[in-house]
Design a protein around this ligand. Structure first.
Ligand SMILES: *Cc1c(COP(=O)(O)O)cnc(C)c1O
Length: 390
């Protein structure tokens, strides 16, 4: 079979299994209400949990006046500006870590950190539902990787007892904080204890926790009241609750100094535009306002209470990610399309993003949603849920 055949066969299979992904084009700025070019949709699928993606435009314009556009080079050559530096320092203050290293995206932070920390002969153990970038990072490292059933820390302990590598090989344990497609929160306190007991290093991806969890949105470390030493490798992203773009790793001095020298996705890439770094400071300041988290929490409550009243099958999640499991991919697509017809945007999430037979509608809530937005969604959802093919 030649290349052409291989590619078309794969595409045809995707289509035949109702797994083909399609982009819908936005014709307005990101926000609780967006336009798809023909109609306005109340948006329940972004990761903009605090509604900050629609702020900061003036900060960005002002920063661009000063910094113009490109960074010109990688951080190690001459692309590291005082704007990047100030952002690293502010993120260290926000998350309560001694040191922070910026990356262009969370995907790059994860593959860079894991592939630099773990080496051939080491053991990486991950939660089965960890983000794709964490799994890819492990592959790049050439270390051995094994996974435990979602949040099954007894199984994790067993794996550790059976397979601790001999020194000098090391063990790295990796978990999402809030899981991106399920919305539940890992028990980071327990993971930290397990790592201490077994001399393993703990890395947590707080993509969905930063800005959402903890005092002033400081993230999952603060939420569980752990010291940086108890959660030594912390990944945060700037494109979700903080409403901007970029990512970072926070840790103690040695971890960050090591990653600065050895994380390839840090070293061999252009630094992101300095104006973005400078504009992020405004969004971080806004994200510190605890009233936003109170509003978000009230919105999550309103959605959950309403969904329970309507008999919709909620999952065990307290976070802004509130998935509704359909199982069947076609049914998820059908409900999503009906919602769109009623003016609501909720994406259908299908395999391979989630396991086979676990297609779902991923509803995400934001502090920027109004009571009417959520009430309207619940009405439309209840109707679509009953009318959709099963
Ligand atoms: C979105 C996400 C990432 C990737 O972050 P980007 O900055 O969007 O590249 C990493 N991990 C998790 C759990 C995510 O949800």
């Amino acid at each position: 079979m030649g290349w052409q055949d291989r590619l078309t066969t794969a595409l045809q299979q995707r289509q035949a299994n109702q797994l083909e992904r399609q982009r819908r084009t936005l014709h307005s700025a990101q926000g609780p209400v967006v336009s798809d070019g023909t109609r306005s949709l109340v948006n329940f699928c972004s990761n903009d949990y605090l509604g900050l993606a629609a702020t900061g435009g003036t900060d960005l314009a002002r920063a661009a006046e000063k910094w113009q556009f490109g960074s010109g080079a990688s951080h190690m050559v001459c692309g590291h500006s005082s704007a990047h530096h100030a952002l690293e320092e502010e993120l260290a203050r926000l998350t309560g870590y001694p040191k922070v290293l910026l990356f262009s995206t969370g995907f790059m932070a994860n593959i860079g950190a894991i592939s630099a920390l773990a080496q051939r002969g080491d053991l990486i153990i991950q939660d089965k539902l960890n983000h794709a970038s964490l799994l890819d990072g492990a592959q790049l490292s050439r270390a051995r990787m094994t996974r435990y059933r979602h949040q099954d820390y007894d199984q994790l302990t067993q794996l550790l007892q059976n397979s601790i590598p001999d020194a000098p090989a090391q063990t790295l344990i990796v978990s999402d904080s809030i899981f991106s497609m399920d919305g539940d929160l890992a028990d980071i306190e327990r993971l930290s204890q397990i790592c201490t007991d077994h001399d393993a290093l703990l890395m947590v991806d707080d993509a969905h926790g930063l800005g959402v969890l903890g005092e002033q949105g400081c993230g999952v470390r603060g939420h569980f009241n752990l010291t940086p030493h108890q959660l030594p490798v912390y990944v945060g992203t700037l494109g979700k609750a903080l409403g901007g773009y970029g990512a970072f790793i926070a840790g103690e001095e040695t971890v960050i100094d090591y990653l600065t020298q050895f994380a390839r996705s840090y070293i061999y890439t252009t630094a992101f535009p300095p104006a973005i770094a400078e504009a992020m400071l405004g969004n971080i300041e806004r994200a510190r306002d605890n009233q936003l988290r109170q509003q978000l929490s009230a919105n999550i409550q309103q959605f959950r209470t309403g969904a329970i009243d309507e008999g919709l099958p909620l999952m065990a999640s307290d976070s802004p990610i509130q998935p509704l499991l359909t199982g069947d991919s076609q049914r998820a697509l059908d409900i999503s399309e009906r919602l769109r017809q009623s003016g609501y945007w909720v994406t259908a999430i299908r395999p391979p993003t989630v396991p086979q037979g676990e297609a779902r509608l991923r509803v995400t809530l934001s502090a920027a949603h109004t009571t009417d937005h959520i009430k309207g969604l619940l009405d439309a959802l209840t109707q679509a849920w009953h009318e959709a093919q099963s």
